[in-house]
Unconditional design. Structure first.
Length: 317
């Protein structure tokens, strides 16, 4: 006999997802799945207590500050699916025995596009042309290029690989750098940075924030870059030393294009906002229009795996 919302059958699988209508767009849920919706913006006290008591899989809302407040109320939680690639702040909050899965791969195209956009905007002086357009000036001059530049992708993973494909299409040379050497993939370890950076025209950071990466690109690393080099950060703000970057950009020796900053959000009067040669976007690299459809397909697949007792994708730790 089928269960009811108030009295589910013993084998019912309750999941909490951030969007409604997934079954209309991607096909019906498996018969034993009961999907409930919470977007992180609706007050969590509007969720029925029986839903909180039964939820086994929670797909967290994306980019909703404070959504993790629901964790202590999900008493039968078995797995959490984050739609962010970086989950370093979430890991310590998980109850014991709850598995964590991240959104690795969902942001590759979006972040790579944005990183390429920042590079091209800085190299081709687009902020100057925008200002000239608004003020009515017509003062052409030659700019830098991306073609023939040597670009270090520091934190070479799936996003770095997506960026590399785009950089190669622009006729740049890519130097791969990761935490550890991967000789078969021609990936250098971060320990090689002092040797590599003097020959790098553009350094793109795609690093997570961990104790090992905090301040990784600091005074010494920045000083090793040649005059006029561009520093791009689309990973996490604290991996780049803000004070050291300010010293280099204020002197005019280096330039920067940042989607993430330290601190973040960046205060209105922060000196980074007016430093010469610095372009800033407000941590939006991963949130383009391509994200939602890809994330929906991923969520539906994860829910179906969970219902079938199959391993979920992207386990963390």
């Amino acid at each position: 006999m089928p269960g009811t919302p108030e009295n589910p059958t013993p084998d019912t699988v309750d999941v909490l997802v951030p969007w409604s209508g997934l079954e209309r767009e991607h096909g019906p849920w498996p018969p034993r799945v009961r999907a409930h919706v919470w977007d992180g913006l609706t007050p969590d006290d509007e969720l029925p207590p029986e839903v909180l008591d039964r939820t086994g899989l929670w797909v967290m809302p994306y980019a909703v500050p404070g959504a993790e407040r629901l964790l202590p109320r999900l008493t039968r939680l078995r797995a959490v699916q984050s739609l962010s690639a970086g989950v370093e702040k979430l890991q310590p909050l998980l109850p014991e025995g709850v598995a964590l899965h991240n959104g690795r791969g969902l942001h590759d195209a979006s972040t790579a596009e944005h990183a390429l956009g920042l590079v091209l905007a800085a190299q081709r002086d687009l902020p100057r042309w925008v200002a000239d357009q608004q003020s009515g000036r017509w003062e052409p001059h030659f700019t830098r290029s991306l073609a023939d530049c040597r670009v270090a992708v520091i934190g070479y993973g799936s996003i770095g690989a997506a960026l590399e494909r785009r950089l190669l299409a622009c006729e740049a040379e890519v130097v791969r750098v990761a935490r550890r050497a991967r000789p078969a993939e021609n990936v250098h370890p971060v320990d090689d940075l002092p040797r590599l950076l003097p020959d790098i025209h553009i350094a793109v950071l795609v690093l997570p924030h961990t104790p090992a990466t905090a301040g990784l690109v600091g005074e010494k690393a920045l000083a090793a870059l040649p005059d006029g080099a561009l520093v791009v950060n689309v990973g996490r703000g604290p991996t780049l030393d803000t004070d050291a970057l300010l010293a280099e950009t204020r002197s005019g020796r280096l330039r920067a294009a940042l989607d993430v900053t330290d601190p973040e959000p960046l205060p209105a009067g922060h000196p980074l906002r007016t430093a010469p040669g610095v372009l800033i976007t407000p941590h939006v690299a991963g949130g383009s229009a391509s994200f939602r459809p890809r994330a929906e397909r991923f969520v539906v697949d994860q829910v179906r795996r969970f219902a079938a007792g199959e391993p979920l994708r992207n386990p963390v730790g």
